[in-house]
Design a protein around this ligand. Structure first.
Ligand code: RNT
Ligand code: ZN
Length: 415
């Protein structure tokens, strides 16, 4: 008997069909964020990263051109099993010589290379307007600025991004999740907390007035608790964003698990939101002490997030995207570690006897429940994961990093 066959029998004794679990996982898309590849810079500006987020580290080999970034993403994708999606920010528009346009004037044609890559990989694209790292951010504010000209510029940017999102969906055949996040906020105690939020509400409403097909474009609003330099107040707080999504048809709430107070967990928020929203979106990340955006790993909360999505039978109602940026290690490895960790967490959740655990809870057999919950933690999951990678035709856990090292020696180190 192979290790896989033996593991399969052990899982079967707990009532888990690992074949079904692997089949299911192969249908679940995880979106890989382009911004891990170049430390959230993009191709449309030379200025620094703003918006209260920060990358640290200067590991060599960073992509600095569209060709490099797309090649790096393709390399990473080849080492990740299962269904994927690209996640692109508007600042990654690709301009021909002298063809620069500002963010309010972006067009689908500026993203054709992204569509070509998605078609080559057979995947969809998610999209994000970029409301940071730009001279038109006035006093740290974009859509919530008191200055009308500033707001109008960013509203036009948002509308352009809806048109681009629809183009992505039409070209790839997969709906495009379009996430609105701004770094708008204040370092110190504001004198007016409501004014910016009223303006933010009106601005997002103006963006969403751009006509679009709700089956093709899924606009989201992402909340945040604080950022660097915006410690005292963020316009798009949790309550603001959640209520906005709840009161605007077709708009989804997006939860980033780095954006909450330390004892709050997104895993618990998922079933709460699924009780009311047809669909929700996630940014899965790893905050270390703050919203530090470390590379995602298979830690307890990542596992718990995956468990909730699976247990709520919501794999087709939750859009999963990764969001982190670590410049201190090989950036391709950073993508692969995070993507494989998310998929491991999902597979592990699918290999959990969820129905029997739920029955124990409903029968109030809470001692047995705790016993079982502890036991399933040490089932031979690694053998199922190894089989899944083999069936998907991607390198196994010990082998993929060799490929990254080879790419580093042959490509990255020559940049
Ligand atoms: C920032 C938000 C946001 C960004 C990306 C680059 O805290 O998480 O999602 O990380 O838009
Ligand atoms: Zn995020």
């Amino acid at each position: 008997m192979t290790r896989f066959e033996s593991a399969k029998e052990i899982y079967a004794s707990y009532g888990v069909d690992v074949e079904k679990a692997m089949d299911k996982l192969s249908t679940v898309a995880v979106a890989m964020h382009c911004w891990q590849g170049d430390d959230v810079i993009g191709f449309d500006h030379d200025g620094p990263l703003t918006g209260g987020i920060q990358t640290t580290g200067n590991y060599p080999g960073k992509a600095t051109t569209p060709e490099q970034l797309l090649a790096d993403m393709e390399k990473a994708m080849s080492l990740i099993p299962g269904k994927k999606k690209l996640n692109v920010h508007a600042c990654y528009a690709i301009f021909e010589e002298d063809g620069f346009v500002d963010r309010d004037k972006l067009e689908p044609r500026h993203f054709k290379a992204w569509v070509d890559l998605a078609k080559k990989l057979g995947c969809g694209i998610d999209f994000n307007p970029t409301f940071f790292s730009h001279p038109k951010i006035k006093d740290g504010l974009s859509l919530s600025s008191p200055d009308k000209e500033t707001r109008d510029f960013w509203i036009e940017h948002g509308k352009a991004c809806i048109r681009i999102s629809e183009y992505f969906a039409k070209e790839t055949g997969f709906p495009c999740v379009m996430n609105i996040w701004t770094g708008d906020g204040f370092k110190d105690i504001p004198a007016d907390r409501m004014g910016p939020r009223m303006r933010y509400k009106e601005s997002i409403e103006a963006i969403l007035a751009q006509p679009f097909d709700k089956n093709l474009v899924k606009p989201c609003v992402e909340s945040k608790v604080f950022g660097i330099g915006v410690e005292s107040y963020t316009t798009g707080s949790a309550e603001f964003s959640l209520t906005f999504a709840a009161t605007h048809d077709g708009c989804l709430p997006l939860m980033d698990n780095g954006h909450y107070h330390p004892t709050e967990v997104v895993s618990d928020k998922i079933p709460a939101l699924l009780t009311f929203f047809p669909e929700v979106a996630l940014h899965v990340t790893r905050g270390v002490r703050w919203d530090s955006d470390h590379v995602l790993i298979l830690d307890d909360e990542t596992k718990e997030i995956a468990k909730e999505i699976v247990r709520c039978d919501a794999l087709d109602r939750v859009y999963i995207a990764l969001d982190y940026f670590d410049a201190s290690i090989n950036r391709i490895a950073a993508w692969v570690i995070g993507m494989r960790s998310m998929q491991k967490a999902l597979l592990s959740a699918l290999c959990t006897p969820n129905a029997s655990l739920k029955a124990l809870q409903d029968e109030n057999k809470l001692t047995e429940l705790l016993v079982m919950q502890e036991e399933v933690k040490t089932l031979p999951f690694g053998d199922i994961w190894a089989e899944y990678c083999a069936r998907q035709g991607v390198a196994a856990d010990k082998a993929w990093f060799d490929e990254v090292q080879k790419y580093e020696a042959e490509v990255l180190s020559k940049r």
